[in-house]
Design a protein around this ligand. Structure first.
Ligand code: ATP
Ligand code: MG
Ligand code: MG
Ligand code: MG
Length: 472
């Protein structure tokens, strides 16, 4: 089954259960400063859950473009290291706005995954988790669906990165609630343990589907207020379920990625088809192209800075593979070939996307080689920790966002003195304040994920790119 067929089957299944098929919303959230990019299918329905907005339907289904590269859900550092994380992915979802609740949600999910005319996944390959105190969900899985109790794990609130939790929230504030998740066991030949175990961060048991029982709105003080009506929000990663259906382990092995990986190999001239750098590049072209299609552009702050970081990381991985020329923009066409049918904006804005990426490659291309030479020289001394002032110089003079420097260092088992970097940044900020200067410096101040986006500054766009964007 191809990814396109799975996407369609999912929408057909939920349409047959009375759900309205709703198109994906933009990756750039409209009027919502609480998230950086759209990170889940429920984002476009946030106000419906909160009771501020009413639709003509109470059940919906969608395949939503998501980017998790900053904010509460950030998987940028996982890309290239796990089998299952992307910066850009598609989330299949079904939603109930005060209509059905736990029982129907669980029955729908199980029927879609295991029903003979749907995905027909062998039941014994699946495991589930429920919120620690959610006896109701536990009983539905155990008594009604028939899952043995040793395959149902109770898990509580978030305990930190890499650890499962069964209370989902879109951001620090907003709709949230306990959830039940479904995991697929890829087999004992892969490292990792079941959810809740010490080895859960391995890639043997991969989470495929999260069903959230939306019950609360978390306010700025962290207090939970009940929603007007209990609701359901679910999310299943299309790439992860495609891997299951195509009998492969890593998302990168599915049909959608083959064409992109081949193009990345061709355009970088990489010798090794299995290089993790090719996976990073294939991942990053999707987030970069889709973000630009939705109106983002590389910039020095806010959302545009996240895009700049992802683009530069990809370019640096190409450089690592031996490609010293501009290659990244050449992957837009192969991407449009595989995803343009499902997302026509890729073709409609193709020329603009190519120009925007090429522009960024040219800017970074001026300093990348010298920056890498500096980093190589410093690291050649066998250092375990990269000094903060070197990281600062790389950022300030050579346009290396701090996470890019950290990415290179991580490959060489070196850590970065982030506190030292921030101290150097602080000194620079104070100096430029004292000088009363509002001029843009050559450097790329790392504003972190908290920096808020208030629209693009015209200065951050090259005239050519801007003209193309306006015209598209
Ligand atoms: P994980 O624990 O693997 O990081 P998650 O619990 O953060 O996943 P959810 O927020 O529950 O993920 O999102 C719902 C679904 O979206 C997941 O079950 C998974 O199928 C998919 N998904 C989440 N993050 C990613 C990602 N970075 N790349 C691809 N698919 C993802
Ligand atoms: Mg995650
Ligand atoms: Mg998880
Ligand atoms: Mg989850």
């Amino acid at each position: 089954m191809t990814s396109a067929q799975i996407r369609q089957k999912f929408l057909d299944f939920f349409a047959s259960k009375g759900h309205q098929i709703v198109a994906s919303s933009s990756l750039i959230p409209l009027n919502d400063p609480t998230i950086l990019f759209t990170n889940a299918g429920m984002n476009q329905f946030k106000d419906v859950f909160l009771g501020f907005d009413k639709r003509s339907y109470t059940r919906a289904t969608s395949s939503q473009k998501c980017v998790r590269a900053g904010g509460k859900h950030n998987d940028l550092e996982n890309v290239g290291y796990t089998a299952r994380h992307h910066t850009f992915f598609e989330m299949l979802g079904n939603f109930s706005f005060g209509d059905y609740f736990k029982r129907d949600a669980i029955f729908f999910a199980w029927e879609f995954l295991t029903g003979p005319e749907w995905l027909a996944i062998p039941k014994e390959k699946l495991m589930v988790t429920v919120y620690a105190t959610d006896d109701e969900a536990f009983d539905i899985w155990h008594q009604e669906i028939g899952i043995p109790s040793d395959r149902i794990v109770r898990i509580g609130d978030n305990k930190g990165p890499g650890v499962s939790d069964n209370f989902w929230q879109m951001g620090d504030t907003g709709p949230c609630g306990p959830c039940t998740e479904i995991f697929y066991d890829h087999g004992a030949h892969h490292w990792g343990g079941p959810p809740g175990s010490a080895e859960e961060d391995g890639d043997r048991f991969i989470e495929i589907w999260n069903n959230v029982f939306m019950q609360f709105n978390r306010d700025e003080a962290g207090v939970l207020h009940p929603l007007p009506k209990p609701s359901v929000d679910t999310g299943m990663g299309l790439e992860r379920i495609s891997a299951v259906m195509q009998g492969v382990h890593a998302n990168y092995e599915i049909d959608l990625f083959q064409h992109l990986l081949a193009a990345a190999k061709r355009e970088t001239g990489a010798a090794d088809a299995d290089s993790p750098s090719l996976r990073v590049i294939a991942d990053h072209i999707r987030s970069c192209a889709f973000l630009i299609a939705d109106g983002a552009l590389p910039a020095n702050d806010g959302r545009g800075y996240v895009l700049r970081r992802i683009t530069r990381r990809a370019v640096r991985h190409g450089y690592k593979l031996g490609q010293k020329g501009y290659f990244f923009h050449k992957l837009v066409a192969p991407l449009a070939e595989v995803m343009g049918d499902a997302y026509p904006e890729l073709r409609q804005r193709q020329e603009h996307i190519v120009e925007a990426i090429k522009n960024e490659e040219e800017i970074f291309g001026r300093t990348l080689e010298n920056g890498m030479a500096l980093l190589d020289t410093v690291l050649a001394g066998g250092k375990q920790v990269l000094d903060g002032d070197v990281a600062f110089k790389l950022s300030d003079t050579y346009g290396f966002p701090i996470d890019l420097t950290a990415d290179v260092c991580r490959e060489r088992n070196v850590t970065v003195d982030i506190a030292g970097f921030e101290a150097a940044l602080d000194v620079q900020r104070k100096q430029s304040k004292a000088a009363g200067s509002f001029k843009m410096t050559a450097g790329l101040a790392y504003e972190g994920e908290a920096s808020c986006f208030h629209g693009y500054t015209e200065a951050s766009r090259s005239a050519k790119v801007l003209a193309l964007y306006k015209g598209s």
